[in-house]
Design a protein around this ligand. Sequence first.
Ligand code: NAI
Length: 250
Amino acid sequence: MSDGGKLSGKTALVTGASSGLGRHFAEILAREGAEVTVAARRTEKLEELAAKIHQAGGMARALPLDVTDPDSIHTAMERPAFDIVVNNAGITHDGPALETSPADWDRVINTDLTGVFRVAQAAAKRMVDEGRGGSIINIASILGLRVAGNVSAYATAKAGVVQMTKSLALEWARHGVRVNALCPGYIETDLNRAFFASDVGQALIKRVPQRRLGRMSDLDGPLLLLASDDSAFMTGTEVVVDGGHLVSSL
Ligand code: NAI
């Protein structure tokens, strides 16, 4: 399976790979021949994923990583530079802005915004030190481009990720390091399936012009575009995959 794929000979890091989109991204990159390091805090889930990728003929290894812990990131980067970095780890906090505590705000910003910067900077330092380029893909969200209620910290962090992507792309282009943001709309995962089956969830789906949720597989093409040399002349962009949600009627 890993022979002759689009990413054959490349190494990749996926943060937050223990569940949801990160897990899926790791499998897709491995299927295209990349040797994937799957990183998150829950190592037993990562070992299970790495074994599944091996079974399918791919290459993977599990790595404990907490994106809020600079030491953990430093340790993760003690190896040759990754060619591809998918900055996927993220958390959210649901609740009105008036009731969001400083601790909840900090937790989301620290993981979703500062965590992305820590990983991108550490990975890019390795790429630059070794005189080779790379592709960094920051998983933002349509909530980084428009807003919804009760997710102020999350939307702020994701908007920051979009702007950070552009800043880093500008500074690192001279080193051959490309930085792009992937902005998914609402994608069905194990965690949100029950919500989207509810009346509120169904009403939300009706506001998506394509009248459906995204499937994880809808992200495969855009992910591989940004990860591979097919996007050699793309940097600092935001690639939106949302069934038209951002252009829904006002
Ligand atoms: P998820 O909760 O299944 O996955 C998040 C992953 O990040 C988990 O593996 C979690 O363990 C990991 N993580 C959290 N904090 C971490 C830390 N400090 N260090 C290392 N890993 C950590 O959620 P999902 O839906 O798969 O989200 C993945 C990314 O996609 C997130 O950045 C999310 O904001 C983004 N996204 C998801 C959408 C969706 O509809 N599911 C839509 C738009 C963006």
